[in-house]
Design a protein around this ligand. Structure first.
Ligand SMILES: O=C(CO)[C@@H](O)[C@H](O)COP(=O)(O)O
Ligand SMILES: [Fe+2]
Length: 223
């Protein structure tokens, strides 16, 4: 079984104090930094790019940086993020002309590849990709914004992807992104997730340590 990972989405952090926010959330027990990249094309919002990732590394962040690319096309940004210090890069397969080639490119760039499924994307998209991935990211909201409500059908999809990963027998992580909170994370973990993105639930609280501890305790109770 994979270890539990809590990955705060910095989309909900105070961007004017980003380095300090990331330091604080990691000191409070977070495991990874979830880095949402939006291009105002694949999704109707615009966020941050490789320069900000590089700035976090220069600031002294050593934790894994989990880059979630909500961009189309995908490939040109992969080496740029690898160079900027990303450790994990995920992308939406419908945004790449050749998704398997993109997986190979992420790995060749020295990062761990992941594929992202939107709430309406069937799990069949994993059919010939899963065995070459390090993680699957299931969106539990439609991509583009923080602070949205968790879509319940994601629980069914989580169980389906968990079964596929277990059948394959490879140590592939199952990450959930969107609307994850202390009061639903236990149910999500019970469905088979091991890696949890949370933006507003963490950065919306003043005590990061308390909310992360409550999330980890809720996961530990069911895993
Ligand atoms: O990728 C995305 C949104 O597109 C996420 O990473 C959100 O940033 C998560 O925010 P919350 O739903 O936890 O507030
Ligand atoms: Fe994300």
């Amino acid at each position: 079984m994979q270890s539990t990972v809590i990955a705060p989405s910095i989309l909900s952090a105070d961007f004017a104090r980003l380095g300090e926010e990331v330091d604080n959330v990691l000191a409070a027990g977070a495991d990874w930094v979830h880095f949402d990249v939006m291009d105002n094309h694949y999704v109707p919002n615009l966020t941050i790019g490789p320069m900000v990732c590089e700035a976090l590394r220069k600031h002294g962040v050593t934790a894994p940086i989990d880059v979630h690319l909500m961009v189309e096309p995908v490939d040109a940004l992969v080496p740029m993020f690898a160079q900027a210090g990303a450790t994990h890069i995920s992308f939406h397969p419908e945004a790449s002309l050749h998704p398997h080639r993109t997986v190979q490119l992420i790995r060749a760039s020295g990062c761990r590849p992941g594929v992202v499924l939107n709430p309406g994307t069937p799990v069949d998209v994993l059919d010939y990709l899963l065995e070459d991935l390090e993680y699957v990211l299931l969106m539990s909201v439609n991509p583009g914004f923080g602070g949205q409500a968790f879509i319940p059908s994601t629980l069914r999809k989580t169980r389906e992807v968990r079964a596929r990963i277990d059948a394959l027998g490879k140590p592939i992580r199952l990450e959930i992104d969107g609307g994850v909170k202390p009061d639903n994370i236990g149910e999500i973990a019970a469905a088979g997730a091991d890696t949890f993105v949370a933006g507003s639930a963490i950065f919306g609280q003043s005590d990061y340590r308390d909310v992360i501890a409550r999330m980890k305790a809720a996961v530990a109770a069911v895993r």
